[in-house]
Design a protein around this ligand. Sequence first.
Ligand code: FRU
Length: 571
Amino acid sequence: MSCNSQKKTASDDLTIDYQIQSSYILFPVEEKAPEIKIKVCTSETNDRPIYDVHLALNHIDYWVPLDVKKWRGQKLALSFQGMHESSLGINEIKQTNRFDFNYNETYRPQFHFSPEHGWMNDPNGMVYLDGEYHLFYQYNPYGSMWGNMHWGHAVSTDMVSWTYLPIAIAPDSLGTIFSGSAVVDVNNTAGFGKNAMIAIYTSNGKTQQQSISYSTDKGRTFVKYAHNPVLRNPGIADFRDPKVSWNEASRQWVMALATKQTITFYGSPDMKAWTKLSEFGEGIGSHTGVWECPDLFPLNFKGKTKWILLVSSGGVPNGGTATQYFIGTFDGTRFTADPLPYPLWVDYGRDNYAGVTWGNLPSKDGRRIFLGWMSNWDYANQSPTQNFRSAMTVPRELTLMNNGKHLILANYPTIEVNTLRGSGKTFPNQQIEKEVTIPELLKVNGGTYEIEMSIKPDKTSIFGFGLTNTKGEYLNFTFDLTSNQFRIDRHKSGKVDFNDKFKAGMSAPLVKRNTYTIRLLIDKASAEIFINKGELAMTTLFFPCEIMNKMTFFSPEGKWNAENITIYNIK
Ligand code: FRU
């Protein structure tokens, strides 16, 4: 793209000089308009940024801000690919000193992390340092659909309330910034300084290669390593999402990298020079889609160390994308899976993808904590929000459990999530025959609450419960002990027509038990259900047209009992 001339150029780009008087330039966006390239023309750097923006043609859906503080008082030229001066998008561009974020949108989560504005997908670079949990994330600041991948950044002291920080890593001449991880270099192996935070990510340009950036101020600013990429592409189109941790057994950094439909492990003494160690995945697990976002970490089970490998992938049984896992051993160079009935899924709902775990937690903590992206590539770009799109799951502790047949990876909200609870309200135990309704869950219900109860099936085989509202919309949870399945039905849960694939239900294998404990977290447009302390976890989005403040219990045949039913307002 050319920046050279004022107004129209031969290549049909329109270049306009703006006299910068404010902090932001606002671009008007129409999501259905084609994407055009906007180039920031500066002489300062060779990395002249180009952004893809759905610049408005017919009407304006929302605005996106370009931070121009550093050019205040100067002229800044912007070049617009193929645009005409008289088009709506160009005419409406304006400057402002404030860009306010709105947290009152109907579907804005209140206790889950969501971006201030714009699009978010995978959690990245999750690392703990000096009392702060860092969360970086795949971020498009210039639209609420996927594109322009940056690393957004937030920090928290408890993983439940977050402080936004400026964008951490922006695209450069090697490409946009895809998913990856971060480490704390305690022994200064890379020479960037003791305890430097080093981010390692995929540069997505002509090919996918791995690059590093480092921070010596606790993640506040990052410097790109001068000799990127540190791992070049060997000719594999899908070669991405490095997850790195220090491996004591082989005394080196070990990277798990998604390589088409396998995970390749690499080793390095210094984060800069990488050698291939081994490859895992052929002929095992689900291979219906490309493999992405791996994570490899140890977990203790009854005094023994097991290694867990997480792999996110597409084409999964419930539709779209989900995260599978393997349990096995890792000797410092090679992962070997125990014989288990793979594929096994971290979360059987449709809206938990690309999740990985925090690194560098203090050893006295001893937990392994996971966070996933609450969406699904089948419909993520169309979900019915506009100023921001998507949220993360609550932080969940991963543990190994025996489900009566074999080891499984359980996941359950971390203890910090309990601090969100307001006062509880308890309902009488219910014996359900046909149908029972609680007509009002909370006097004042803002759409953020938590429900706990115990379920005793007695002799029933198909039974369940649902959240509903006065519009007759419902989100149903059904136990089916004839087919040993647990199902979620959201096809009448509110707005479901924004994508054909959204309505479809979802199911999970269910182990027969005399009692099932339920914990259900609701945050405006998401439901996370945990059965028997995370033996089964399912996450689903739903977009009700009115808050669901009623609960029904149903039993087409036979009787069952719901006990200790408690609802908590979320503070
Ligand atoms: C997973 C993913 C990653 C990639 C990123 C791009 O959701 O496709 O493999 O790095 O998203 O945003």
